[in-house]
Design a protein around this ligand. Structure first.
Ligand code: AMP
Length: 400
């Protein structure tokens, strides 16, 4: 059972006004929503609350107005699309606090009301208590259904959860149970794939995973730093030579924790970083001074697949190569497909997320084959780093 409170823990909801923090920060071009995934994500929670007789007040941020009322960053244009997705009437309130819209909220006849961008108030990002109390006065319960903002100690994320009876929404619960199954309480052996450009941006991740997983597969630009730390010449590759000691420290910590680190044994190299340049595959220790490592080679992929075949759980963050530039997506694509296949055969629970990972898996055509792909970049990364996310801490059962 999850350690977080759920909607059922809130008791009777009939006739109550429930504040729901969603992430409605959808991509828009010229007033048109280009991807409505985030609107759809909150629908199950809204539906459940309506079924239980509650009135729903939706809260979200939109863009970065930095505490000022910026008309272009109003949430009002989402009212129609939300009504269509939720299949109920939705009205819009021109504020998100009781002092601004208590009357309008009380008069509205719609089952769902969308409140204005929380970030129009400077108190949102500073988690100002008076602002949180003013928002809280609009409802009698709070639901956080926005995992993607839960690494932020903002008023509409943590402030409200500390003031009102609070619980995780259904989208949040789905995200949490996938992440818990992969990292908090996973079936062993566990493999982690960590790729991406630099070691420096993923020190927390590497450190945490090295102590928790059984196999740590390292690819991408960051593998070059590890290879170099082992005395291997990586030529003109992207490499943080000044982090050699850090890389050695991570390898030592992994060793102490019984975690095996797997680095590429062969690599794909080129002299220019552009689409389809002349390139070759060579053993990882035979890179020439003027060559750059841009992908892992097929022998490495074979080895990495062997590791995954012996594991029950996979956690993946970051591409194994410069996947946006053909043909350097091949390693990422091959491993992602294999992980997707193992998942579909019921042999592997696979959870991926953070930054470019979603794009890399989608490009590989493997996104839907994974058990769970988290689209919440920063929040997922912080979870994988083992950090306590303030928005989640506020929903823990022990906090009741
Ligand atoms: P990150 O956001 O840290 O996950 O890094 C993703 C970026 O790392 C992508 O833009 C990739 O193109 C880049 N990347 C992965 N492998 C390499 C490599 N061997 N050399 C240069 N860039 C790489």
């Amino acid at each position: 059972m999850s350690r977080f409170r759920s909607i059922d823990d809130l008791g009777e909801l009939s006739g109550r006004q429930v504040l729901v923090r969603a992430d409605l920060n959808v991509p828009m071009i010229d007033g048109e929503i280009t991807d409505d995934t985030r609107l759809r994500a909150v629908a199950p929670t809204v539906q459940l609350l309506l079924d239980r007789g509650a009135r729903v007040l939706l809260l979200s941020h939109f863009g970065r107005p930095k505490g000022r009322r910026i008309p272009e960053l109003s949430l009002q244009p989402l009212t129609g699309p939300l009504a269509e997705i939720l299949q109920v009437e939705v009205s819009f309130a021109r504020g998100c606090t009781a002092s601004e819209v208590a009357e309008a909220v009380a008069l509205a006849r719609t089952p769902v009301q969308l409140l204005e961008n929380t970030r129009f108030h400077p108190g949102e990002e500073t988690n100002d208590r008076a602002f949180a109390l003013d928002m809280a006065a609009l409802g009698t319960a709070f639901i956080n259904d926005a995992f993607s903002v839960s690494h932020r100690a903002h008023a509409s994320v943590t402030g409200l959860a500390e003031i009102l009876p609070a619980a995780a929404g259904l989208a949040m619960e789905k995200e949490l149970s996938a992440l818990e199954a992969a990292l908090t309480d996973p079936a062993h052996p566990v493999a982690a794939v960590v790729g991406g450009a630099k070691v420096s941006t993923k020190l927390g991740l590497l450190g945490n995973l090295a102590e928790k997983v059984d196999h740590l597969i390292i690819g991408g630009g960051m593998a070059n730093t590890f290879l170099a730390a082992k005395g291997i010449n990586v030529g003109a590759s992207l490499c943080e030579h000044d982090l050699a000691d850090t890389a050695r420290d991570i390898m030592a910590r992994a060793d102490d924790a019984g975690c095996r680190i797997h680095l590429p044994v062969d690599v794909v190299v080129a002299k220019e970083f552009r689409a389809n340049p002349a390139h070759r595959t060579c053993p990882a220790d035979e890179v020439a001074d003027d060559e750059m490592i841009l992908d892992v080679g097929p022998a490495s992929v074979r080895e990495f697949i062997d590791v995954l075949e012996g594991c029950k759980t996979l956690i993946w963050n970051g591409p194994l190569g410069a996947f946006e530039t053909p043909p350097f997506e091949a390693g990422t694509t091959a491993l992602a497909k294999a992980a997707g296949d193992l998942t579909q055969q019921g042999k592997l629970l696979s959870v991926a997320g953070g930054g470019d990972t979603v794009a890399a898996l989608a490009q590989a055509g493997a996104r839907d084959a994974f058990s769970h792909v988290s689209t919440a970049g920063g929040a997922t990364l912080e979870w994988m780093e083992g950090k306590v996310l303030p928005g989640l801490k506020a929903l823990e059962k022990s906090g009741t």
